[in-house]
Design a protein around this ligand. Structure first.
Ligand code: CTP
Length: 406
């Protein structure tokens, strides 16, 4: 089991690095946040850029670094309003006296201050400055103003300063900042306290010791859903068939090979509040797997007797410990919404995510186009989502799951 705190998985953090000698710590901060599964995008102010370079920030965040309010290229790629809102938290570290004063005043004279004014997302500031600047009534009043407006603060540490003075004003150590960010999400995760089971990937059903029946599912969509649910605070058990996809951080992973093992693992993980069955389970398995490698026998073909595998989704949806919300997937090459509605009713799940896998679409790909069906009978709805990355499908599905639990 992965022991990293689960609450930064897939969290999108916009890190504003303002001017200060401690800006060098932001480089390590980027690494540590990312290690815990966060996606970090950075704004480097002109003051910050006196201490560290956009190149190092970009290399560590593996993202474009934004520096300029009036960059035509940046605006075409992502306008500053979207930059301000396309995140789960804006973290200002280090936050100089200057940036806090400008935020308190509502100035919008550079990219960082404009983003702070335009955002509708939570903001957390980590002030760092000389002790006299920290203690100054102007700084303290600015902080009081920002706190009144809902800005979260991580107080600076006491110690020796780079300027040779001693007092309050040091940027806290990076692990402390990471913990504070994690705690922030822990408290705010909409699925905190909920348990979720996700099945993902294919199953392999043995024919003999070296051959199996399987399919080309990569597990990418199921793994992304497990990560997104964990990111929203849920305690997630991911039951994964054989895939090369890396296990998401903060998720308990149970690896299985066959459908029967997947069913056993799923039943063991119950009770849960949410079950998302995204696995492409083999419908059939050889009645008996040969104990030694099958040999060719002359020109004759080979017949295998197959028996049906248990239906994991149906067993969960119709079982005694049914989770409050059961979501199935339907990978179809030709079926339409009517067939999908019937499948939803047949399986007994609440929602069904229909994807068209014809012509090599979806399996193993980055993107997915899905139709989400909710409820059976007269309350049934079908919502066609535009083509988006599997990560975005996972996020949107998680947001809808969270809304269903509100
Ligand atoms: N599923 C399952 N166990 C199985 C077969 C399918 O849990 N043995 C789940 C899948 O994870 C998915 C849903 O059922 O969430 C639909 O899978 P799909 O393969 O589309 O449905 P089938 O029941 O296999 O129906 P068919 O192939 O006949 O369309």
């Amino acid at each position: 089991m992965n022991t990293l705190p689960q609450n930064l998985v897939h969290r999108r953090i916009l890190l504003i690095i303002s001017g200060g000698i401690s800006a060098y710590k932001s480089l390590d901060l980027i690494r540590r946040l990312r290690e815990r599964g966060a996606e970090v995008r950075c704004i480097l102010t002109s003051g910050g850029a006196q201490f560290i370079t956009p190149l190092s920030v970009g290399a560590l965040s593996e993202n474009k670094v934004y520096t300029d309010l009036f960059s035509l290229t940046d605006e075409q790629e992502m306008g500053h309003i979207r930059l301000a809102r396309d995140c789960d938290l804006i973290l200002v570290a280090p936050a100089s006296a200057n940036i806090m004063a400008r935020a308190a005043q509502g100035l919008a004279d550079d990219l960082a201050s404009t983003v702070l004014l335009a955002t509708d997302k939570p903001v957390m500031m980590c002030p760092a400055m000389n002790p006299a600047m920290w203690a100054h009534v102007a700084t303290q009043e600015n902080i009081a103003t920002l706190k009144r407006r809902g800005v979260h603060f991580i107080d600076p540490a006491v110690g020796d300063m780079a300027c040779g003075e001693h007092g309050t004003g040091r940027l806290p150590d990076v692990p402390e900042i990471v913990t504070a960010v994690a705690q922030f999400f822990e408290v705010s995760g909409p699925l905190r306290g909920r348990r979720a089971i996700v099945t993902s990937g294919p199953t392999h059903e043995s024919i003999d010791p070296v051959r199996f029946i399987g399919n080309i599912s990569s597990g990418r969509q199921g793994h992304a859903i497990a990560a997104a649910l964990a990111g929203a605070g849920a305690e997630v058990t991911l039951i994964s068939g054989p895939v090369s996809e890396a296990p998401p951080a903060g998720v308990q992973v149970v690896r299985v090979t066959t459908a029967q093992q997947m069913l056993e693992a799923a039943l063991k993980a119950l009770p849960a509040d949410i079950a998302v069955c995204a696995a492409a389970v083999a419908d059939y398995r050889p009645a008996e797997a040969a104990t030694s490698k099958l040999k060719k026998s002359g020109d004759l073909g080979l017949s295998l007797t197959l028996v049906q595998n248990p239906d994991i989704l149906r067993t969960i949806a119709q079982g005694n410990h049914r989770p409050a919300l059961v979501v199935g997937f339907a990978a179809e090459t030709e079926a339409g919404i009517e067939d999908a509605k019937q499948k939803l009713a047949r399986k007994g799940c609440d929602w069904l995510v229909l994807n068209d896998v014809s012509g090599g679409k979806v399996f193993g790909q980055e993107d997915n186009t899905v139709t989400v069906l909710k409820n059976a009978g007269k309350d049934a709805t079908a919502d066609v989502w535009p083509c988006m990355s599997k990560t975005d499908v996972a996020r949107r599905l998680t947001a809808e799951i969270a809304a269903a639990f509100e």
